[in-house]
Design a protein around this ligand. Structure first.
Ligand code: BTN
Length: 269
């Protein structure tokens, strides 16, 4: 475990090491981005994995593409560096890793907010009652083969009442939907344990994750605008395939997309 300050941590780090598959924790009161730190630490070939990089506050959290990730006190911002070779993960597995991580977050959120509707917005967001509560950013360090950095930002005790107005319309947090504050170590330990389980499941032959990510698919039956590099696709979502591809029914039939960004989706039904 490494820390960059002496005062007591907001988290019970010993407990995280005891209860989860994490072998080492890199803990910061303030950090630009836990994913950037993960990419940097991944250069060290001696590092113990899985490595958890945890920041009480992120000053330059990154989202997909050029997006920034807004967070405030009470949010969880962390990344886990994993040995993808051990997990038999290739870059083509990205959607599956993001979906497995999304399922882990979704299960955890359902535990802390049992009444809420938990949905996965392909490929990397978790929604609570129709608003985004978690974003995932999966990256592969160029410095070393086979590693994955899975970055997760979850709005836990940070009410969106304090967020910029455009976010208030589209995002939410656990405290906003369940009206209860949660111990951040409890939430983090649960998410990391579920992540371990879902990744283990992902390696098993005939695993049942596709059934679960299809069940949780927020986009199914909705009109969707998808951007893939410089091209665009428009269609009605027909769910998520077993390999993690988004299925879109377009004018030219049902197409599969293993990557892309959903830029707009319509109301359900
Ligand atoms: C997205 O919604 O586009 C993904 C957001 C991912 C945010 C998390 S917060 C922890 C980790 N560190 C980062 O800089 N980003 C991810």
């Amino acid at each position: 475990m490494s820390m960059d300050f002496d005062s007591p941590s907001l988290f019970d780090l010993e407990r995280l090491l005891e209860e989860t598959f994490v072998r080492r924790i890199d803990y910061h009161r303030e950090l630009d981005s836990t994913n950037s730190r993960g990419l940097e630490l991944a250069r060290n070939t001696e590092i113990d994995l899985p490595l958890l990089i945890l920041a009480e506050r992120q000053t330059a959290g990154r989202g997909r593409g050029s997006h920034r990730w807004w967070s405030a006190d009470g949010a969880l911002t962390f990344s886990i560096v994993l040995d993808g070779l051990k997990l038999q993960l290739t870059p083509e597995s990205w959607p599956k890793v993001a979906l497995a991580a999304g399922l882990a977050v979704g299960r955890s959120m359902q535990h802390f907010a049992p009444q809420a509707q938990v949905g996965l917005k392909w490929p990397n967001d978790v929604y609570l009652d129709g608003r985004k509560a978690c974003g995932l950013l999966v990256e592969v360090p160029s410095s070393r083969d086979g590693l994955f950095v899975v970055g997760i930002g979850i709005n836990v005790n940070n009410s969106l009442a304090g967020a910029p107005p455009e976010l208030q319309r589209s995002a939410t947090s656990l405290v906003d939907v369940a009206d209860t504050q949660h111990d951040l170590t409890d939430v983090l330990a649960r998410v990391v344990s579920h992540l371990d389980q879902e990744l283990t499941e992902l390696m098993a032959p005939d695993h049942e994750l596709p059934r679960r990510w299809k069940e949780r698919c927020l986009l199914e039956g909705r009109s969707v605008h998808l951007t893939i590099g410089s091209s665009k696709a428009v269609g009605v979502c027909r769910g998520i395939d077993a390999d993690g591809a988004l299925l879109l029914e377009t004018d030219a039939g049902v197409k599969r997309y293993l990557s892309g960004t959903v830029t707009w989706f319509g109301a359900s039904g």
